[in-house]
Design a protein around this ligand. Structure first.
Ligand code: PEP
Ligand code: MN
Length: 364
């Protein structure tokens, strides 16, 4: 995966004065009064750069509140006029794009349910041909980095170079304290493969509740993410959508004030010490790789020996014994049990793969 993206740095087109980008506003625009009241309170905080509001809401069931539609775009215009905040809405098709542009919305975003469908993303991209408007791309519902990147590429290919990826977590079937599991490794990998692409985090849709918003926001900043999108409402309990996760502008102010904005680099002394520690890590990683490679060589020998003697690859008793023994030793050494389990399973899977290859190549 080596996308050739042409992306403008965030601060080339939006001035956040060296602070993380903060986008906030209601999940849905409900009434003119609600949107204006929320926007004015957000402006008063002084830390919000962009006002967000859903106008067309993707709902799971047809009779839920599906957004106010085009008239909400007029309210956004009024909110912009009275606060000076930039505005942002979700678009899910070419018609939404046309209406949002007609009403001078400053930034568009493509939601998680739309990003899963390349036909929809392509239609949105084509509706934006020749238009210079920033677009935010949420991650798809499922943890599929290629699909997320694909949507970013589609928009970039038609000429949109003011792009932001929005990490809003992923559907997950196991029990979790989150509405959508953060799976930080995915946005981190996106950061690695699409260097220079701004990535912000949407703690509201990750958490699904108010309590975890601050810790997820802090984690986002500690992982070098470029900003936050947090849902807010002047009266969160009365919100028509996502009520449990919305906070008041006042609560948002407190949350933002509590966040620690750490340095990305540090001074010379820090760099020196870090370099020293990293050299040790490099050496240990080298040793780890050597040990792994040696282990796999012995696995190959075992594979050949089993094949020549017509013995099955999987030896359940031995495998169960390894798990038990290594977990006991590893946890005693301070390693996390779940980490060890994952690691041992990964090594075991590779050992089986190698033995299978040896069995398949019998006689060669
Ligand atoms: C939203 O931002 O209100 C929204 C619908 O988000 P997502 O697409 O991430 O579910
Ligand atoms: Mn929402």
């Amino acid at each position: 995966m080596n996308p050739k993206l042409k992306i403008l740095p965030l601060n080339d087109w939006i001035d956040t004065e060296g602070m993380p980008l903060v986008i906030s506003g209601p999940c849905s625009a409900e009434t003119e009064e609600q949107l204006l009241k929320t926007a004015i309170q957000l402006k008063e905080i002084g830390k919000v750069h962009v006002l967000r509001a859903g106008i067309w809401k993707p709902r799971t069931r047809p009779n839920d509140f599906e957004g106010v539609g085009e008239k909400g775009l007029e309210w956004l215009k009024k909110a912009k006029k009275s606060t000076g905040l930039l505005t942002s809405v979700e678009v899910a098709d070419a018609n939404h794009v046309e209406l949002a542009l007609k009403h001078n919305v400053d930034i568009l975003w493509v939601g998680a349910r739309t990003v899963v469908n390349p036909f929809s993303v392509q239609a949105i991209a084509e509706a934006l041909t020749g238009v210079d408007v920033p677009v935010m791309i949420k991650n798809p519902l499922n943890p599929d980095l290629k699909l997320w990147l694909g949507a970013i590429e589609r928009l970039n290919t038609i000429g949109i170079n003011k792009l932001i990826a929005v990490h809003r977590g992923f559907h997950y079937f196991e029990k979790s304290p989150f509405r959508n599991a953060p799976m930080w490794e995915i946005p981190i990998e996106l950061k690695r493969v699409a260097q220079g692409l701004p990535i912000i985090v949407d703690p509201s849709h990750i958490c699904g509740n108010r309590e975890l918003l601050e810790s997820i926001s802090q984690k986002a900043l500690d992982l070098e993410m470029d900003g936050l999108m947090i849902e807010s409402h002047h009266d969160p309990d009365a919100a028509l959508t996502d009520s449990a996760q919305q906070i008041s502008p006042h609560e948002l102010k407190e949350l933002l004030e509590n966040l620690i904005i750490r340095n990305r680099k540090g001074n010379i002394d820090f760099q020196h010490k870090l370099e020293g520690l990293r050299t040790e890590i490099d050496k240990l990683d080298g040793e780890l790789l050597q040990i792994l490679s040696k282990r796999m060589e012995i696995i190959d020998e075992i594979g050949e020996y089993k094949r020549n003697n017509d013995i099955t690859i999987l030896q359940m008793k031995r495998w169960a014994g390894i798990i038990k023994d290594r977990l006991a030793i590893g946890t005693h050494m301070g390693l996390d049990k779940f980490f060890l389990q994952k690691l041992l399973h990964l090594i075991h899977k590779e050992s089986i793969n190698r033995q299978e290859d040896i069995f398949l190549n019998e006689g060669n």
